[in-house]
Design a protein around this ligand. Sequence first.
Ligand SMILES: [Zn+2]
Ligand SMILES: [Zn+2]
Length: 294
Amino acid sequence: MEKAAAENDDSGSVSLLVIVLDTNPSQRIVRQNPDNLSQCLDATVAFGNAHLMQKAQNKLAVISCHHHATDFLYPMPVKQLEVRQVDGQYEVFSLVEKTVKQRLSHIITNAPKITQPNESLLAGSMSMALCYVARMQRNAQPGVKIHSRILVLTGSNECASQYMTYMNVFFTAQKLGIVIDVCALDKSLSLLQQGCDITGGQYLRLTQLDGLLQYLLWVFLPDPKTRQMLVLPPPTKVDYRAACFCHREMIDIGYVCSVCLSIFCKFSPICTTCHTVFKVPGPLPPKPKKKKKV
Ligand SMILES: [Zn+2]
Ligand SMILES: [Zn+2]
């Protein structure tokens, strides 16, 4: 009786995985060898399908983060592609693969040409992923619990210019109970690492692309509950430095507005965020005199 109840309970839970894939051609790994993007794409598709394979009710979304826009690679926003079964492959797998590849080639063909490396709109893409998760949770059938997580796969460098959006994403995700996982393919990303730490996700930095799929399957495929029972890479020390609001650079020590908690690297008499006026620090003033009536 109890076992049956537990099984019923399990069938009412759905796992939603949103993969944010950085497809920006400015990434160092892509500039060095364009084939690396295909490798990341193949690994993403195989990983997404592995997630779908675990349970028939599992849901998947793939978002492409480009230098000019963020777009859904899967599912299609309006009408799904029509796929027939090929070689006995489960139709959903072929649907994921075909849709992702078709959409991405469309995005790459129509992207504006760039002359110099551009930053990826990662924070924006993650916001879009959050919106999608929120919509799925709102539209879920009564009694169905959706466990959601976002996996970011990127070889971009960190942009402190997106600091505010990142922080909004991280704390919103934490509030909604959404786990953020990050797989860094190039430099280490301290801001995204903070996001993983805040939401209870896993951060992994790879120094080479060989075996990318194996790493994804090992570290990111198990759901957060199962991960506690596995031996995963030990957590690294998180760099909790903040970016100043004036220059968007990471700083160790700075000034904090006592009203809105904005951070500045230099003293400024007016807070640019909330326009509070501060007194210029100087020698302590002599005893305050009573104001004279004018
Ligand atoms: Zn500054
Ligand atoms: Zn302020």
